[in-house]
Ligand binder design. Structure first.
Ligand SMILES: NC(=O)c1ccc[n+]([C@@H]2O[C@H](COP(=O)([O-])OP(=O)(O)OC[C@H]3O[C@@H](n4cnc5c(N)ncnc54)[C@H](OP(=O)(O)O)[C@@H]3O)[C@@H](O)[C@H]2O)c1
Length: 264
């Protein structure tokens, strides 16, 4: 059993915890990495872009923990296994896994190429990548016997059909990630591993730069809170879900989207 908190002192602290964040080199992943570093965690970033990873690590250095990046393609189970061995050798046991890395595509199904490349690319990354990481790091967490927290970055697109951009592979994979979260919460609870998901709406990152200006404004107008979110705001929620304050949380999908899905 995971003990309940008895005081708010340090309830939101990640001091000394080891966190793995896929795609922590930029966008929402870097927002999560920043929030984690500011909350006391050591961080292993798993991604492919080495230059962007080096920039992210250099930014994090100011917070005084241990930060390193590891080359990893989450669509490739062998690559995930290799990265896991390297991370463990460097950090020891892992307390937190954030499955953040993801891709999208804006294309209607019937307009896709003969190989359905868009479909398979998104599903292989957003769903299968999350499964690969959970399989490999989940076993390490189980065998270490210390419990842990797994946080899957989903999307509010799992709940709605996005009217401004056709994105069926993305919405479908994120809906699957949500139910994978429910299933894993039930399977891993006996190891004191909690599994939750965050479903962000519209945030200012590289992905959102591709949204045409008129659509950007339309989305802001639809949203009760009237603005795109910032990556650190997802980071704050990810800190809560990794911290002792959320010890009784598992199997939840937390929507953070300025109220967009209520009013779109
Ligand atoms: N931005 C939003 O408004 C928004 C809204 C809802 C949900 N989300 C979700 O939040 C997550 C992050 O999105 P973002 O906007 O921050 O995206 P982003 O800026 O485009 O960054 C994507 C990240 O995923 C990594 N990645 C992609 N494919 C990978 C692979 N095969 N192996 C390893 N790493 C891979 C990239 O690493 P490299 O740099 O090495 O390529 C990069 O760090 C995604 O899951 C996305 O679906 C975003």
């Amino acid at each position: 059993m995971i003990p309940a908190i008895t005081s708010m002192k340090d309830a939101f602290s990640l001091q000394g915890m080891n966190a793995v964040i896929t795609g922590g080199n930029r966008g929402l992943g870097f927002g999560i990495a920043t929030a984690y570093a500011q909350s006391g965690a050591n961080i292993a970033i798993l991604c492919r872009d080495k230059a962007k990873a080096a920039e992210a690590i250099a930014e994090l250095e100011q917070y005084g923990g241990k930060y390193k990046s590891f080359d990893c393609d989450i669509t490739d189970l062998a690559s995930v296994r290799k990265a896991a061995a390297e991370v463990t050798a460097e950090f020891g046991d892992i307390d937190i896994l954030v499955n953040n890395a993801g891709v999208s595509c804006f294309n209607e199904l019937l307009n896709m190429d003969e190989e359905l490349s868009d479909w398979y690319n998104v599903l292989n990354t957003d769903l299968n990548g999350t499964v690969h990481m959970t399989y490999v790091f989940g076993k390490l967490m189980r065998d270490a016997g210390k419990g842990g927290s797994i946080i899957n970055i989903s999307s509010n697109a799992a709940f709605i059909v996005n009217k401004t951009q056709p994105m069926s592979p993305y919405s479908s994979s994120k809906a699957a990630v949500n139910h994978f979260t429910h299933c894993m919460a039930c399977e891993l609870g006996k190891y004191n591993i909690r599994v939750n998901a965050i479903a962000p709406g519209f945030f200012n990152t590289e992905l959102s730069k591709f949204i045409p200006k008129d659509q950007y404004e339309y989305i802001n107008n639809q949203m009760p809170l009237g603005r795109f979110g910032e990556p650190l705001e997802v980071g704050a929620l990810a800190v809560f879900l990794a911290s002792p304050a959320s010890a009784q949380f598992t199997g939840t999908v937390e929507v953070i989207d300025g109220g967009y899905i209520l009013s779109c």
